[in-house]
Design a binder for this molecule. Structure first.
Ligand code: CU
Length: 179
């Protein structure tokens, strides 16, 4: 083996090693950096379009299940009757049930604005005003429908509301706290 060949072999080895390292670094940052946001987006999208459990999280993943009837006739058409208003952080499965006579929505917003103080524009609440962030929702919940919305929730203050025209203003909102 000549000196020149050995040099070439050595540099080939270091180029390969550098490539492997670079690939490993790329893979690693993708996994840690974007997996979380993709999960949240997929959940929101599935909840919005299909009105069913998110594609990446299922009810089987839930740390906590919260029965979440809405429009119970004993309370009123424009109401939520959440089983609990406070849960530990983690994966929460909301078992929604429309017990009323008209269509509603189930929208989860992370916000520090109290539920009765959201801004209203036209006939709708503007829960993003004041820093609110929509975490997930199920639209078009018809009477008798029982969709499950599965979301990963971090600690903080949330509101759950129905934002069909006029429904928020008639009181269709509830406070929800994640500890
Ligand atoms: Cu409603």
């Amino acid at each position: 083996m000549t000196g020149r060949t050995r040099m070439n072999l050595l540099s080939l080895v270091s180029v390969l090693a550098a490539l492997v390292l670079a690939l490993a670094a790329c893979g690693g940052s993708d996994d840690s950096g974007e997996a979380g946001s993709e999960t949240a987006a997929a959940t929101t999208e599935a909840g919005t379009t299909a009105g069913e459990t998110g594609s990446t999280l299922s009810a089987a993943d839930a740390d906590t299940v919260v029965k979440a009837p809405m429009a119970d006739p004993a309370v009123g058409e424009y109401t939520f009757s959440l089983e609990t208003s406070s849960v530990p952080a983690g994966v929460i499965a909301f078992e929604i049930e429309n017990r009323g006579e008209i269509e509603h929505e189930f929208e989860v917003i992370k916000t520090d604005v109290p539920p009765d103080q959201l801004e209203v524009a036209g006939e709708k609440a503007e829960p993003e005003v004041g820093g609110g962030v929509e975490i997930g929702e199920v639209e078009d919940v018809e009477p008798g429908d029982t969709p499950t919305l599965v979301l990963e929730l971090e600690a903080g203050n949330y509101v759950i509301l129905c934002n069909l025209p006029g429904h928020y203003e008639q009181g269709m909102v509830a406070a929800f706290t994640v500890e």
